[in-house]
Design a protein around this ligand. Structure first.
Ligand code: GRF
Length: 205
């Protein structure tokens, strides 16, 4: 059993997908803690309903992003977390944090990286940019986290067709459905020890 820590900022539908997969016995892991940087994140309620420990850590109570990250790290290490999942966590991770958990932090991004990603490209903005650019295909990427923004080794990708009459809302909904399949799948593979990072690439054993 892999000890999993999930970091969230919002509604937590991806967190719910992970919880559901674990409850169905499809992932050899256990979520030990859900941490949010937003007090009213609905994901915290989802976690509580599932009997998972939750923690809200307020960035404003820390003088620097380094101190804030150190606190999150301490909470994760204290619970012997082996895999960190960023499920809609909208906050910067420091170098120290990433070094401590290198190759053990997974993020989900709602586009086909390296398109529509990088600094400032998150949440609804991603879908708006996709629509503005007029691409016909977008998608979902699950990747390991490194020092850059959305630059880490890619684990899984899946495409989603953009419809002519799509709005941010309709596109987001279809992309989310795919996210809910891809993120648990990547976690399942990780927990089975089947993900091998080779430089920029991830090989699935
Ligand atoms: C998802 O679109 C995810 O890709 C992005 O933030 C959103 C989180 O949604 N990083 P939810 O909180 O899991 O519902």
């Amino acid at each position: 059993m892999v000890n999993i820590g999930v970091l969230i900022s919002g509604s937590g539908t991806n967190l719910q997908a992970i919880i559901d997969n674990i409850n169905r016995g499809e992932i050899k892991g256990k979520i030990q803690i859900v941490i949010s940087n937003k007090k009213d994140a609905y994901g915290l309620i989802r976690a509580e309903k599932a009997g998972i420990e939750t923690l809200y850590i307020n960035r404003k109570e820390f003088n620097s992003v380094e101190e804030y990250n150190r606190r999150i790290l301490d909470e994760l290490k204290r619970r012997k977390i082996e895999l960190i999942v960023l499920a809609g966590f909208l906050n910067i991770l420091t170098q120290e944090f990433i070094e401590e958990y290198r190759g053990r932090i997974i993020n989900i991004h709602p586009s086909l990286i390296p398109s529509f990603c990088g600094k400032g490209c998150y949440g609804d903005k991603v879908h708006q940019m996709v629509l503005d650019r007029g691409v016909k295909i977008t998608g979902v990427t699950v990747h390991f986290v490194d020092e850059g923004t959305d630059t880490g080794p890619i684990i899984l990708q899946s495409s989603v067709k953009v419809a002519e009459d799509d709005t941010v809302e309709t596109l987001k909904e279809r992309v989310l459905k795919v996210e809910h399949e891809l993120l648990p799948k990547a976690i399942r593979l990780y927990c089975e020890g089947r993900l091998v990072i080779e430089g920029k690439k991830v090989r699935i054993k």
